[in-house]
Design a protein around this ligand. Structure first.
Ligand code: ADP
Ligand code: MG
Length: 616
């Protein structure tokens, strides 16, 4: 008696299948790579269970992958002797999606229509690519754990799947595809062989096609650099990264001390997080003497290096180490530190030897480096050397390193200055830039509000403090001719404080303004105006730093300031109104004015008064 049960798919999978079945026609062959990759994962998991001493059924069956084609029946079958699945695991793994990237992928598919099928594996839904080529997919599987019954899963697409118990079945998983009419070529041996050779030659388990062995398992990372061809590297990269492009950067290195390491690391050409995929997971597999210990090893690299793909092989790792103890073992931390330092050194060398290539890397991945500065104290200094910014000295669009900046510093300059502004033009016309133009001190231009936090965390470079321009305590190169005496200027500042009252924190006579009448500054010693704005928008509710009362600095050499001084003797109410407007204008320039309504009303009043006086 059959006890077949019908199940429906989670909504996301229905949606995914709908698109996979009806809209993806190019690069359909990648489903073969995805199913082989799943079979290889299952074999790796089995080998790991065995190497860590756990009992499995059929312990003498070695993990391998068999593929058979049947042209007459129009079927293609993948069989592995890997870990298999229990009934519960089948329901979980082939009916729901845990991976967070799926929604992003769906969105991309829906938006682009012609969506890139090649990416499907990266989004953790590779299994469903089978439906690009098949009208029906059936999965017969038996878990490697004692006491689990085999079961059969069958689906014809979005409508759902059927699940039934199966009789005696060998350990592992067998997936059979009933091919679509226009996909029958995937049942011919020659075609399938071509595809497997293209995509799966690096799978570390034997692959047989209709009884013929296809791949020779090779650990490319253990071979000498000189004998490996560029194409071999790229093929290996495409295998580990599920990518179809060539990598942007490659580091193949061997070390003996303090740890024996053979490693082959890649940086993809595209930063996948920037494509709206959500957070990517590190895909660096950890081996010991060519035996896989952990795929996508966690904690092998710091979080901010999660874009790396590749392999690390260390013979210093104990083979039977368990995944849990590995995560916090001292050995893992040491490995992490050595690998990270080596990779950072590689980036620095690349920036010297091939600046254009480094620029391409920086354009894609600078966000990760900055995340590293903020989160990773151990490597902060090395990361600081990799930062690049436009500055008042660089040509527009070009960037400088902090090291080059320091080399250009005149003897009397003690600190490194940076100024946040939406554009180069905005930076150059900011009141906060005037004193630097006068002193001929270079200023780094930051364009992302987070860059101020990056600089704050970096704190110093080469022993020199990193300072936001608005916090610099500098005087102009020469004091400009002023219409006001020092006493008059001080008197005006005092009057302004009285007149503006609670709205302003402190009013000072500025030593740094040339063109601007006044500048508004955050009264905090460390926080800049934009930092406060960012923090306030990040946490709108409790815990947000209150809107501080700004400081105001006035330029005694500016005509408008001198006029206010004259006016306050003759028409104090008008002078007070102009002073308020001066203050608000400065707050607008600094991005500190949150509600402009009052300011606009006053500006209109002042205009009306001006016109009335002209007509009088
Ligand atoms: P991913 O491989 O990224 O996890 P897939 O959609 O390719 O996503 O596969 C989903 C899940 O189904 C896998 O994580 C695995 O648990 C399970 N699975 C798929 N194929 C097999 C197989 N041949 N053997 C055992 N489990 C499998
Ligand atoms: Mg997969």
């Amino acid at each position: 008696m059959s006890t077949s049960e019908k199940h429906s798919f989670q909504a996301e999978i229905q949606q995914l299948l709908d698109i996979v079945i009806h809209s993806l026609y190019t690069d359909r062959e990648i489903f073969i790579r995805e199913l082989i990759s799943n079979a290889a994962d299952a074999c790796e998991k089995l080998r790991f269970l065995q190497s860590s001493g756990q009992a499995v059924v059929e312990p003498d069956t070695t993990p391998s992958i068999r593929i058979t084609t049947d042209e007459a029946a129009g079927t293609l079958t993948f069989t592995d002797t890997g870990i298999g699945m229990s009934r519960t695991e089948v329901v979980e793994n082939l009916g729901t999606i845990a991976h967070s990237g799926t929604k992003a992928f769906l969105k991309q598919l829906a938006e682009e229509k012609k969506a890139d099928a090649k990416l499907i594996g990266q989004f953790g839904v590779g299994f469903y690519s089978a439906f690009m080529a098949a009208t029906q997919v059936s999965v017969l599987t038996r878990s490697c754990r004692e006491g689990e019954e085999a079961c059969r899963w069958t689906s014809q697409g979005a409508a759902g799947y059927e699940l039934e118990p199966a009789g005696p079945t060998p350990r592992g998983t067998q997936i059979t595809l009933q091919l679509k009419e226009d996909a029958k070529s995937f049942a011919t041996e020659a075609e399938v062989e071509k595809i497997i050779r293209r995509y799966s030659s690096f799978v570390p388990f034997p692959i047989e096609l209709n009884g013929k062995r296809l791949n020779t398992v090779q650990a490319i990372w253990a071979r000498s650099r000189h004998e490996i061809k560029e194409e071999e590297y790229n093929e290996f990269y495409q295998f580990v990264a599920h990518d179809h492009e060539a990598p942007l950067l490659r580091l193949h290195f061997t070390a003996d001390a303090p740890l024996a390491i053979q490693s082959l690391l890649f940086v993809p050409s595209t930063n996948f997080e920037s494509m709206g995929m959500g957070r990517v997971d590190s895909e660096v597999n950890l081996y010991c003497k060519k035996v896989l210990i952990q795929s996508k090893a966690k904690h092998l690299f710091p979080e901010w290096l999660r874009f790396l793909k590749g392999v690390v092989d260390s013979e210093d790792l104990p083979l039977n180490i368990s995944r849990e103890t590995m995560q916090d073992s001292a050995l893992m931390q040491k490995l992490n530190k050595v690998l990270t330092s080596r990779f950072l050194k590689f980036l620095e060398e690349t920036s010297e030897k091939d600046p254009d290539l480094f620029t391409r890397f920086y354009d894609e991945y600078s966000r990760f480096l900055k995340e590293g500065v903020v989160t990773d104290f151990t490597h902060r200094e090395a990361l600081g050397k990799l930062l690049r910014y436009e500055s008042s000295t660089t040509e527009p669009g070009k960037r400088t390193s902090l090291a080059e900046y320091v080399r250009r510093m005149p003897a009397e300059q003690k600190e490194i200055y940076c100024l946040l502004a939406p554009s180069r033009e905005a930076a150059l016309s900011s009141p906060n830039y005037e004193v630097f133009a006068s002193r001929k001190f270079e200023v780094l231009f930051l364009s992302d509000p987070w860059d101020e936090f990056v600089m704050e965390h970096l704190h110093t470079f080469d022993g020199k403090a990193l300072k936001p321009a608005e916090k610099a305590e500098l005087d102009l190169a020469e004091k400009p001719a002023s219409a006001l005496t020092d006493d008059q200027a001080e008197g005006l500042a005092k009057w302004l404080k009285e007149s503006l009252g609670e709205r302003v924190n402190e009013v000072r006579v500025s030593k740094r303004l040339v063109e601007s009448p006044a500048v508004a500054l955050d009264s905090d010693k460390f926080m800049t105006a934009s930092m406060r704005r960012l923090l306030r928008s990040a946490k709108r509710d409790a815990g947000a730093p209150a809107p501080a009362r700004s400081d105001l600095e006035i330029n005694p050499a500016h005509k408008l300031v001198a006029q206010i001084e004259g006016l306050r003797q003759k028409d104090a109410p008008l002078a007070a109104k102009v002073a308020e407007q001066l203050f608000d204008n400065a707050r607008v320039a600094a991005g500190l004015l949150e509600d402009p309504r009052e300011m606009l009303r006053r500006a209109n009043d002042l205009l009306a008064e001006l016109l009335a006086s002209k007509q009088a």
